[in-house]
Ligand binder design. Structure first.
Ligand code: ADP
Length: 498
C-alpha cells in the first residue's frame, strides 16, 4: 500500500508544476504513508482483545482522496454489541472503585502514548478521512492527547469538581461519534467518562474507524484493565443496538440532528442519561470596525477548515454593509491562494470530501443555492481526477430565508449576508434552528461582549474562530443539542450527584 502510493506520487510530481491557486504536489511535501502499517482486516475491540464479529460480516473503509479501499472492518451486530456491553459491565466495579489517582495515571499514559505515536495517528486520520495532513498533525492529534491530559488531571479531584456533594459514576456508557474528527471525538467522549469512573462502549463512524482502532492498540499498550473501553465498528444499526441496550446507562452522541432526534425518541421514558452534540449553522459576524485582514482569515478558517466538515463551522457570514465590497474582494483574493488537493501534501489547505455520499449532498445543496439565484463564486482550481473533491465556494446576496442560510451543508460552502446595525446582526444570527457557535469580529471588546450576551449560541469566539481547548465547554442550544463536552461541565453527564 505504502509502496504503491509512493510510486504514483513520484510519477505525478514530475508532471505537475506548482501553479498559484492550483492543485499541485511536491515529493518532499508529501507525508510518507510508510509510518502506518495497515492491516487487511480489523476486528472489534472487546474485553481488551481484538475479535471478529460473531456473524463474520465485514464492511470496507476507503481513502476518500482516491476512492480506494483501505481495509475491511468487522461489522458489529446486536450480539456483538451485547458482548461489548457485558465486558464493560464486568469491568465497571473494579474501575469505579479504583482511586481517582490511579485512574488518572492510566489516562496520562494514554495521552503520552498518543503523543508518541502522533505521526502514525496523523497519517492514518488523513488517509481514512481525507483531511489535510497539517490539520491532523497540528490540530486533531495534539488536541486528542490534550483532552486525555486534561481529564487525567480531574480524575483525583472530583471532590473539588463537585464540592459538598457525593458523586458516583453512571455505569456503562454508550458513545457514538461522527466521521469529521474521528480521534478527537473519541477523546472528547472517552476521557471524561473514564476520569469519572465509568466504563465505555464506543462506536466510531463507519467511514472513519481506523484511528479509534489504533487508539484501542494504545489502550492495550497502556494496560488499561480489560473491558473498561470497548470499541465496536459498524453502521447505524450498530449504533441503534447500543442505544437500545438495557444495560447502557448513558448515551453520548455527536452527529446529525436527524439521528440525534431518533436517539432521543428511542430512549424516551428509559432511565438513560443523554447528551447530544448535533448540527449547526453558525454566524461569523464581521463589524465595520474589525481588522479586515484578520477577519478574512477568520472567515476562511471558519468555513474551509476540515473542508467545512465541522459542526461549529462559520457557515453564515454576516458582514456589515459598509465593508461588504472590501471583505468580498479580499476574501476572493485569499481564496485564490487556497491549495486544494492531496490531503497528504503538507501544503494542502483543503483536502478530500469525506465520502461520495457527502460530496453528492454538498453538490445538491450548491445546485439549490444556484437555483435560488445567489451570486456564486468558487475557487478557480483543478481538482484531482480520482477521489471526492469540492471547490471552496460562497454565495453572496443571501437572505435569512435562503436554503444555504438555514440548512447545514457540512462542506466548503459559505452563505454571505449583510446587516446594517448590531441589533440586526443579532436578529439574523439568532434566526436559525441551530445554536452551536458564533464568531464576532470588532476592535471593541465591549461590543464583542455585548453581542455575545445576546447570541443564542453555545460557543462564541471573539476575533478568532474554530479554536478549541479541553478546558472550554462545548455544546449547543436548540437543534444543536444539549449537554456540554470539555471543561468541568464535561464531567457532569458522567456522574450521578447525590
Ligand atoms: P452523518 O449524517 O454526518 O453521517 P450520522 O448522524 O448519520 O452522521 O452518524 C453519526 C454516527 O451515528 C455514526 O457513528 C453512525 O453510524 C451513527 N448512527 C447512525 N444512525 C444511528 C442510529 N439510528 N442510532 C444510533 N447511531 C446511529
Amino acid at each position: 500500500m505504502a509502496k504503491k502510493n509512493k510510486k504514483t506520487q513520484k510519477n505525478k510530481s514530475k508532471k505537475t508544476q506548482p501553479k498559484k491557486g492550483f492543485h499541485f504536489e511536491y515529493d518532499e511535501a508529501l507525508e510518507s504513508t510508510a509510518v502506518v502499517k495497515l492491516k487487511k482486516k480489523y476486528g472489534l475491540f472487546i474485553g481488551g482483545e481484538f475479535k471478529a464479529s460473531k456473524s463474520g460480516k465485514t464492511f470496507k473503509t476507503e481513502n476518500p482522496a482516491t476512492g480506494e479501499k483501505l481495509a475491511e472492518l468487522a461489522l458489529a451486530d446486536k450480539k456483538d454489541v451485547d458482548s461489548a456491553v457485558q465486558a464493560a459491565k464486568k469491568a465497571f466495579k473494579a474501575w469505579s472503585e479504583l482511586s481517582g489517582k490511579e485512574r488518572g495515571k492510566y489516562l496520562f499514559r494514554i495521552a503520552r502514548l498518543i503523543q508518541e505515536r502522533s505521526r502514525e495517528f496523523a497519517v492514518l486520520e488523513t488517509l481514512d478521512g481525507g483531511k489535510p495532513i497539517k490539520e491532523s498533525r497540528d490540530v486533531d492529534i495534539p488536541l486528542a492527547a490534550n483532552h486525555f491530559f486534561y481529564y487525567a488531571g480531574w480524575a483525583d479531584k472530583l471532590d473539588y469538581a463537585f464540592p459538598g456533594k457525593k458523586i458516583k459514576p453512571v455505569g456503562v456508557c454508550g458513545q457514538i461519534i461522527p466521521w469529521n474528527f474521528p480521534l478527537l471525538m473519541a477523546a472528547w467522549k472517552l476521557a471524561p467518562a473514564l476520569a469519572a469512573g465509568n466504563t465505555v462502549v464506543l462506536k466510531p463512524a463507519e467511514q472513519t474507524s481506523l484511528t479509534a482502532l489504533l487508539l484501542a492498540e494504545v489502550i492495550q499498550e497502556a494496560e488499561l484493565p480489560k473491558g473498561v473501553v470497548n470499541i465496536i465498528t459498524g453502521e447505524g444499526k450498530t449504533g441503534a443496538a447500543l442505544v437500545d441496550h438495557p444495560d447502557v446507562k448513558k448515551i453520548a452522541f455527536t452527529g446529525s440532528t436527524d439521528i440525534g432526534k431518533t436517539i432521543a425518541k428511542a430512549i424516551a421514558g428509559s432511565d438513560k442519561k443523554l447528551t447530544l452534540e448535533l448540527g449547526g449553522k453558525s454566524a461569523n459576524i464581521i463589524f465595520e470596525d474589525a481588522a479586515i485582514d484578520q477577519a478574512v482569515e477568520g472567515i476562511v478558517n471558519g468555513i474551509f477548515f476540515n473542508q467545512g466538515h465541522v459542526c461549529c463551522a462559520g457557515s453564515r457570514v454576516l458582514v456589515q454593509e459598509s465593508i461588504k465590497d472590501e471583505v468580498i474582494a479580499k476574501l476572493k483574493k485569499r481564496m485564490s491562494t487556497l491549495r486544494v488537493g492531496n490531503p497528504l501534501d503538507k501544503n494542502t489547505d483543503v483536502g478530500a470530501i469525506n465520502s461520495k455520499e457527502q460530496l453528492e449532498k454538498i453538490n445538491s445543496l450548491v445546485a439549490i443555492g444556484k437555483k435560488e439565484g445567489g451570486r456564486f463564486h468558487e475557487v478557480d482550481c483543478a481538482l484531482p481526477k480520482k477521489g471526492y473533491y469540492c471547490k471552496p465556494c460562497f454565495f453572496e446576496g443571501q437572505t435569512p430565508a435562503s436554503t444555504l442560510s438555514r440548512v447545514e451543508v457540512f462542506g466548503p460552502v459559505l452563505s454571505i449576508m449583510t446587516f446594517r446595525t448590531p441589533d440586526e446582526a443579532v436578529k439574523i444570527a439568532n434566526d436559525s434552528n441551530y445554536g452551536l457557535a458564533a464568531g464576532i469580529w470588532s476592535e471593541k471588546s465591549s461590543k464583542i461582549h455585548k453581542i455575545a450576551s445576546e447570541l443564542k449560541a453555545g460557543v462564541i469566539w471573539g476575533n478568532t474562530y474554530n479554536k478549541f481547548d479541553p478546558a472550554a465547554p462545548f455544546g449547543g442550544y436548540k437543534e444543536s443539542g444539549f449537554g456540554r463536552e470539555g471543561g468541568l461541565h464535561g464531567l457532569y453527564p458522567y456522574v450521578e450527584v447525590r
